[in-house]
Design a protein around this ligand. Structure first.
Ligand code: GDP
Length: 461
């Protein structure tokens, strides 16, 4: 990939239907020349940086008007990529933006690769790697909390502590290496201070690592299946749940509503409730197909809510469904929450199989929208031992960052354990920790790692 070409791409989402505005973006030294060959504005508007001009984009040869547009000029280094950037704000819809993009390409720009604008912003020092990753996370966020976490890292709230930790390790390494080289001329190492500093960095790394699970949940969300025999109140439960104000039902553009899966947000976690109404033990061939389909759904779920009727108690059919579900899970320890519904009716305490002594049980009256809070709490507890709400860090690291932090922590713990050994032994592990921390922010990174990270971006980012 040549990082000196002028690149161009459509920067806004392209839907088959028309949007109101579509942006074509250019970045690189030829941006302005290309723009001048295409854009025609009235004479009293001066081409200067950080200005928006109004005019027409015309074919350079035929002078045919391609679109009426606004043009934004951002000269290097005051732009996202730190290169000359031009944006054409065209009419939305595929045709205007596509034609304007084609003209840019004809005039010498190259079509940007996925994430190439962000890659340039990174390579030119405008953003670090955690910020680049957070852009992608922000764009893909499916809940307000996921977006908030992404914004926090975009603001450098992850990069900052990582840089500090790394700087501290570099200082310690310098101290140690000085002793190895010129031992006689220097005051002896203050081991207590050094160990304290190392321990501090290690603790900080552990704290950040603990945010990874939350990060994973915020990004990927949870799939939950509601199972139970007919008439126990599954639909009523889903209805009541969808209508609580914390569980905002999202109607994402582009998602088809014909599938019966519902989208909810629980404590910031995007939750997909799978349609698994069909699970029951049956001999009917046609019905069996439906059951099979539901079972496949359950298999893909992270969590199953098994609903029973409080007034009727545990029945043979409940037992059959329970067995169908648990048979699916080879690990045998798949989270199941037992939901005992219709608690508003006169009931006896149901006699449950002994497996439920160790499983979470929630009592609801779905028809009265009661018990939803407890249900959500039980869900959060079972996926994350309750630490989601208690995690008070704004950022949540991703899996790549977690892997590097883990390498750093392991190396630091080896340093802490090597205290009785000669100093040379310490430096190897300390260097590894420094390297791993540097990989998170991108201070130390290889081309291939960059490729993997940025290729996950969409074109135009
Ligand atoms: P599903 O077949 O499991 O989806 O069950 P439904 O949600 O359709 O509910 C079956 C019947 O039980 C309906 O008549 C509901 O009104 C009633 N029902 C559901 N939840 C409750 C509840 O909490 N209390 C009472 N009294 N009735 C309920």
């Amino acid at each position: 990939m040549n990082h000196h070409d002028t690149i161009a791409a459509i920067a806004t989402a392209i839907a088959p239907e028309q949007g109101s505005v579509g942006i074509v973006r250019l970045s690189g030294s030829k941006s302005e020349v290309i723009a001048r060959s295409l854009f025609h504005n009235s004479n009293n508007q001066i081409w200067e940086t950080h200005r928006i001009l109004y005019g027409y984009i015309k074919h350079p040869v035929t002078k045919e008007v391609i679109d009426e547009s606004l043009m934004l000029i951002m000269k290097a280094p005051r732009s996202f990529t730190r290169e000359d950037v031009i944006e054409f704000h065209c009419h939305g819809g595929i045709m205007p933006v596509q034609r304007v993009l084609n003209l840019c390409l004809e005039q010498g720009a190259r079509l940007a690769e996925a994430g190439e604008f962000s890659l340039r912003a990174f390579l030119n020092g405008r953003i670090d790697l955690t910020q680049a990753e957070s852009i992608q996370e922000l764009v893909g966020a499916k809940s307000p909390q996921a977006a908030q976490t992404a914004i926090a890292s975009l603001q450098g709230k992850l990069a900052h502590p990582i840089r500090q930790m790394r700087a501290k390790c570099v200082d310690i390494l310098a101290e140690i290496e000085a002793r190895i080289d010129f031992d006689d001329d220097l005051v002896p190492l203050n081991l207590d201070n050094l160990l304290r500093d190392l321990q501090e960095v290690t603790d900080q790394a552990h704290t950040l690592m603990a945010t990874a699970d939350r990060g994973q949940l915020l990004r990927s969300g949870l799939k939950i299946a509601i199972a139970g025999r007919p008439n126990v109140g599954k639909s009523s439960l889903l209805n009541a749940w969808s209508q609580t104000d914390r569980a905002i039902v999202t109607d994402l553009p582009g998602t088809t509503r014909d599938v019966v899966d519902s989208q909810l947000i629980v404590s910031g976690i995007p939750v997909t409730v799978l349609d698994t109404a069909g699970i029951r033990a049956t001999e009917d061939i046609v019905e069996k197909i439906g059951v099979e389909r539901s079972l496949i759904s359950v298999k893909s779920a992270d969590l199953v809510l098994l609903v029973i009727d409080a007034q009727i108690g545990w029945t043979d059919q409940d037992q059959e469904i329970y067995e169908l579900i648990t048979d699916l899970k080879t690990d045998g320890d798949h989270p199941i929450i037992l939901v005992i519904n219709k608690m508003d009716l006169p009931t006896y305490p149901p006699i449950l199989p002994s497996v439920f002594e160790k499983k979470p049980i929630v009592y609801t009256a779905a028809a009265l929208a009661q018990g939803i809070d407890q249900l959500e709490l039980a869900i959060l507890n079972s996926v994350h031992q309750g630490s989601i709400s208690s995690a008070n860090l704004e950022v949540a690291i991703n899996q790549r960052q977690k892997a590097s932090l883990l390498t750093a922590v392991q190396a630091l713990e080896r340093v802490l354990g090597a205290i009785a050994l000669p100093l040379d032994f310490w430096t190897i592990d300390l260097r590894e920790a420094i390297h791993a921390l540097g990989q998170i922010t991108g201070e130390e990174i290889t081309e291939s790692v960059l490729d993997t990270i940025f290729s996950k971006f969409c074109i135009g980012k």
